[in-house]
Design a protein around this ligand. Sequence first.
Ligand code: SAM
Length: 249
Amino acid sequence: MRIDVVSIFPEYLSPLDLSLIGKARREGLLDLHVHDLRSWTTDRHRTVDDTPYGGGAGMVMKPEPWAQAIDHLRSVGDESYAGARPLLVVPGPGGRRFDQAMAHELAGEPWLAFACGRYEGIDERVYEHAQEALDGRVRVVSLGDYVLNGGEVAVLTITEAVARLLPGVVGNAASLVEESHEDGLLEYPVYTKPASWRGREVPPVLLSGDHGAIATWRHRQRLERTAARRPDLLPSSATLAGGKELPIR
Ligand code: SAM
């Protein structure tokens, strides 16, 4: 997968050199390009923002550098990918909420680009230009119902959630299957050695070697944890592996 990120703080994306994502880049599974929006400014001060029309607090990102950045992505598509366009993801609190299902959708894209807003956001005409230049492949995505200072943290989050779904990025693919949000339930509690620690014991069933009993226990834990912490995720009645109904608390 190719990913382009445009930001006025390219160094904000440096954590993408670390851990599994950094390894995926070094192994060629992820082709990441981080661009400084200011490289598409033309004035001495490399200006990317100006006061809002209509008045009000804060500054708005100017359209010209963003249009140059988008045109650059389009020309990369023409020159290197036979006219293909990236899916442009614009992080913003007014977008569709990011979740595991969207992470899977994005992981199916061969090329993603991210436009990191700052200040009060990006001049609205940039979205219209991007729609046209990228054949309608533009999506506004929100991390949640709160306001960040810029899109970079959202890009780190989305990139990590998406990249770990790419084949070969997470060493043991089986570990992706049972995770929280994969099938609508949260994950069961996990334990490691020692079996007894500061007077706290690992649940005996996990030491029993009885795989059926362990699966049933884990499923019940997933239901109970989801009911306790995220009841909104559960259908009106949820069943245990054995077909037994679990009352939702
Ligand atoms: N004035 C904007 C509003 O009220 O919708 C908020 C602008 S915010 C201070 C600056 C930038 O942070 C946004 O352009 C966006 O890139 C990013 N951002 C803020 N909150 C976000 C969220 N919940 N999800 C994704 N990106 C967010």
